[in-house]
Design a protein around this ligand. Structure first.
Ligand code: DG2
Length: 248
């Protein structure tokens, strides 16, 4: 029996538009982002996909995207699970900083190390920062273990238990699962699914609002490596734009 897993990065957020590092900072969608989310749902409906359960993060941009996409697909009623483990990577002291200014200030190598290396986190974000989530009630249960910065490796390590215990359980029960999350939490999941090396994952970028469908075999291995974007041409353009963020 194969399993159907639909991955959807949220539509363009207010801080994607402004080109700011976002991480755990909670922003909503732009009008364009809302349109992308609805179109993502239409693409699912046109291709005949019927999500039966949703897993999403605790961040508004992912939650609103899921709502809009499911509404457009006629599936608003399905059960929803929200968990911090699907949150975007905590971007540490970069949260709130302009990507182009950061590139200009620190140079290409450092910029890409922070953005795309597997195991180098940005500097920690001070708890007193206006961009900190340390006193945010939605993370109260994390206590002092709440992250103050994360690299992709950290994201993978906190996301994998959720994949194993929650998402795989729904797939095993025969459900079509939709995961609406973020550029880096989805990069972590794709790294795991496709067995991408720590070096090669630097080259993987996920576009906003375009469903990426994985059919998985009995061992949860992708039948088609890399999955299938429902609008491959738009995905290819958007992937280039994400890769070039911060550059003119
Ligand atoms: C972006 C990803 O996350 O940025 O935190 O700035 O998917 O929640 O918009 P998202 C952010 P990059 O790692 O692509 O710079």
């Amino acid at each position: 029996m194969s399993h159907t897993l639909i991955l959807l990065r949220h539509g363009q957020s207010e801080w994607n538009e402004k080109n700011l590092f976002t991480g755990w900072y909670d922003v909503s969608l732009t009008e364009q982002g809302r349109a992308e989310a609805s179109r993502g749902g239409q693409l699912l409906a046109e291709a005949g996909y019927k999500p039966e359960v949703l897993h999403t993060s605790l961040l508004t941009r992912a939650i609103v995207t899921a709502n809009l996409a499911l509404e457009a697909a006629g599936r608003s009623w399905i059960p929803v699970n929200r968990d911090w483990r699907l949150n975007e990577r905590h971007y540490g002291a970069l949260q709130g900083k302009d990507k182009a200014q950061t590139l200009a200030e620190f140079g290409e190598e450092q910029f890409m190390e922070w953005r795309r290396s597997y195991d180098t986190p940005p500097p920690v974000l001070d708890d007193s920062s206006e961009f900190s989530q340390i006193n945010d009630e939605r993370y109260a249960a994390l206590g002092d273990s709440a992250p103050r910065t994360e690299c992709l490796k950290d994201v993978l390590e906190r996301m994998l238990p959720y994949w194993e215990e929650n998402i795989k359980a729904d797939l095993s029960a025969g459900k079509t699962v939709m995961v609406t999350a973020h550029g880096n939490s989805l990069r972590a999941l794709v790294k795991h699914l496709d067995g991408i090396s720590d070096e090669d994952i630097a080259n993987l970028n996920i576009p906003t609002g375009i469903p990426l469908v994985y059919e998985l075999d009995d061992n949860f291995q992708p039948i088609t490596k890399g999955g299938t974007y429902l609008d491959p041409a738009a995905a290819a353009d958007a992937i280039k734009a994400v890769a070039n963020q911060g550059r003119k």
